[in-house]
Design a protein around this ligand. Structure first.
Ligand SMILES: Cc1cc2nc3c(=O)[nH]c(=O)nc-3n(C[C@H](O)[C@H](O)[C@H](O)COP(=O)(O)OP(=O)(O)OC[C@H]3O[C@@H](n4cnc5c(N)ncnc54)[C@H](O)[C@@H]3O)c2cc1C
Length: 448
C-alpha cells in the first residue's frame, strides 16, 4: 500500500513496496507486430525474454483489425523473409478460408486474412514456443538505473503493481510509452503537429456481394449514394468517404475501413475516449446508410468491429538515425546500415484539416532500406523501439508501417536487444554488420 500526500493540485506517492515479478535479459512491451517479431527473435536466441501486452490477446491490429490486410512484407515483390514470412505462412496455411493474397496497386502483395483465426494461431504459436507472456498487463512506469539506462518497468494488472527487471528493453507499445517515461525526446504528428485520423474497422455480414461488386464498379466510394443520402437529410460524416472497403474473408461479408475521426492524439486518454465513442456512433450512421441506400446491403448487420480504435501515428522517437521522405521516394539503399527492406505509399489519411490522401508512389518493384539507427533512441542506452514509433519523417512513417513489415522490424530489434544484453553494450554501439549477419542467418532477406 502506498502512502499519499494530497495537495490541492496533485498527490505525492511517498512509499510503495512493489514486488519484483520477473528478472531476465530482454523485456518486450507491446504485443503488436513490432513486439511479436522482437519477442520471438529474442526468445529463440536463448535469451530470457518476456512479452508484455495490455490486452487479453496478442497481435495488436493484426488481431483486432477485423482482417486489416497484412502489408509491407513483400517490398520489391520479394519477401522480407524471417519471422514475418514464417507468421504469414502460418496464416496462409491455416485453412483455405484463413487468408488469401491479393495484389493492390501501389501497395504490392498483401495478405487479407481472418483476424479471429490469427488471434488463435498466435496463441498456439507462443504456447508451442514456450514463450513467457503476460497479458492484461499495462506498462505504466519505468525504473531508471541512470539518466540513460532503464533498469526495469512497472506494470499494472489485476495482480496489482509489479516490477520486471531486464538488461534491455524493446518498446513496442506503438506510442513509445517506455521511451517517454524514461525521458527520451520524441516528435508528434507532422510539421503542424497534425496526426492522421483514427479508425475503427468493422465487418458487415449478410451482404449480397454480387450486387456490391457490381455497384462499386460504377461508384467506388458510394459518393453518388452519399450525395443522395445527404439530400434526404440522412447524415454520414463528410470525413467518412468510404474509400476503403473490400470483400471480407467470409462469404457474404464486406470489410469497411472508413470511419475517420480527426485530431485524436492516441497518447491523451480524453481524446482516445472521444475517438472511441464517436467511432461507435459513426458505425451506426454507416449501417443505416448501407441498409437504406447501397444495393445488396438491405439486410446487412455489423458482424464484428475492432476491439478499440486504430491509431495510425502518435509519438515518433528522436533516434540515432532518421528516415526521410527522400529516402523513400528515391528508394535509397543503405547497405552498411540496413536492417529491413521496405516499400509503401504514403497513405497520409485525414491529417488535421487536410481532405486529400497523398499516395506518393514508391515503385512496387523496388524498395528502400530502413537503417538500424532509426530504432535507437538518442537519449537512452538500453532501450530500442520496434513498430510505428521509429525515428522518421511523418510521411515516411506513413509508408513504412505495414504489419507484415513491422514483424521484420521486430526481428531486427529483438536480435539487437539480445546482442546488447549479452555484450552489455549500448544499442548505439552494437556492431551493425554482426546484426545483419544474424538476421540473414535467421532467414531475413536484407537485399545485401
Ligand atoms: C485504421 C488503420 C488501418 C491500417 N491499415 C493497415 C493495412 O491495411 N495494412 C497494414 O499492414 N497496416 C495497416 N495499418 C498500420 C498498422 O496496423 C500499424 O502500423 C501497426 O499495427 C503498428 O504496429 P505496432 O506493433 O507498432 O503497434 P500496434 O499494432 O498498435 O501494437 C502495439 C501493442 O502494444 C500494446 N500496448 C500499447 N501500450 C501498452 C502499454 N503501455 N503496456 C502494454 N501494452 C501496450 C497494444 O495493446 C498493442 O497490442 C493500419 C493502421 C490503422 C490504425
Amino acid at each position: 500500500m502506498a502512502e499519499y500526500d494530497v495537495t490541492n493540485f496533485n498527490v505525492i506517492c511517498r512509499y510503495q513496496n512493489l514486488p519484483i515479478r520477473w528478472t531476465g535479459d530482454v523485456i518486450v512491451a507491446g504485443g503488436g507486430p513490432g513486439g511479436l517479431g522482437a519477442a520471438i527473435a529474442a526468445h529463440r536466441s536463448g535469451a530470457k525474454t518476456i512479452l508484455i501486452e495490455k490486452n487479453g490477446f496478442l497481435g495488436g491490429m493484426m488481431s483486432y483489425g477485423c482482417g486489416m490486410p497484412l502489408g509491407g512484407a513483400y517490398p520489391g515483390m520479394k519477401s522480407i523473409g524471417g519471422i514475418a514470412e514464417e507468421l504469414l505462412s502460418l496464416v496462409r496455411n491455416a485453412g483455405q478460408d484463413a487468408a488469401d493474397v491479393r495484389h493492390i496497386p501501389l501497395f504490392g502483395d498483401w495478405y487479407f486474412h481472418d483476424s479471429e483465426f490469427f488471434k488463435s494461431l498466435i496463441a498456439e504459436f507462443v504456447l508451442k514456443e514456450k514463450m513467457e507472456v503476460l497479458l492484461h498487463s499495462f506498462v505504466s512506469d519505468v525504473i531508471m538505473d541512470s539518466k540513460r539506462r532503464v533498469k526495469g518497468i512497472v506494470i499494472d494488472s489485476k495482480s496489482g503493481r509489479e516490477v520486471l527487471i531486464g538488461k534491455t528493453i524493446v518498446d513496442a507499445t506503438g506510442d513509445a510509452d517506455i521511451c517517454t517515461r524514461a525521458g527520451a525526446h520524441y516528435e508528434v504528428g507532422d510539421e503542424h503537429g497534425d496526426l492522421m485520423g483514427v479508425t475503427i474497422p468493422y465487418i458487415l455480414a449478410d451482404v449480397d456481394t454480387e450486387k456490391y461488386l457490381k455497384y462499386i464498379a460504377e461508384d467506388k466510394d458510394f459518393s453518388k449514394l452519399r450525395a443522395k443520402a445527404k439530400a434526404d437529410g440522412i447524415f454520414t460524416n463528410e470525413d467518412d468517404k468510404f474509400g476503403s472497403h473490400h470483400l471480407g474473408q467470409r462469404p457474404n461479408t464486406v470489410f469497411v475501413n472508413s470511419v475517420r475521426v480527426r485530431n485524436i492524439n492516441g497518447t491523451k486518454v480524453e481524446e482516445l475516449t472521444f475517438g472511441e465513442l464517436e467511432s461507435r456512433v459513426r458505425m451506426l450512421q454507416h449501417l443505416n446508410f448501407f441498409r437504406k441506400y447501397v444495393p445488396g446491403f438491405e439486410k446487412c448487420y455489423i458482424a464484428s468491429s475492432g476491439a478499440e480504435i486504430g491509431v495510425r501515428d502518435s509519438r515518433r522517437i528522436i533516434g540515432e538515425d532518421y528516415l526521410t521522405q527522400e529516402d523513400c521516394l528515391e528508394v535509397r539503399k543503405q547497405p552498411d546500415k540496413t536492417i529491413l527492406r521496405c516499400q509503401g505509399p504514403f497513405d497520409d489519411i485525414s491529417r488535421g484539416k487536410r481532405t486529400d490522401v497523398s499516395f506518393n508512389q514508391v515503385d512496387v518493384n523496388d524498395y528502400y532500406d530502413i537503417p538500424y539507427g532509426v530504432l535507437v533512441p538518442k537519449d537512452l542506452d538500453n532501450v530500442i523501439v520496434s513498430g510505428r514509433t521509429f525515428s522518421s519523417n511523418p510521411r515516411a512513417q506513413a509508408g513504412s508501417r505495414g504489419q507484415g513489415l513491422l514483424l521484420g522490424m521486430g526481428q531486427a530489434a529483438g536480435t539487437a536487444a539480445v546482442m546488447a544484453a549479452r555484450e552489455g553494450a549500448a544499442f548505439k554501439d552494437i556492431n551493425i554488420k554482426a546484426l545483419q549477419k544474424q538476421l540473414v542467418e535467421a532467414g531475413c532477406d536484407l537485399g545485401i
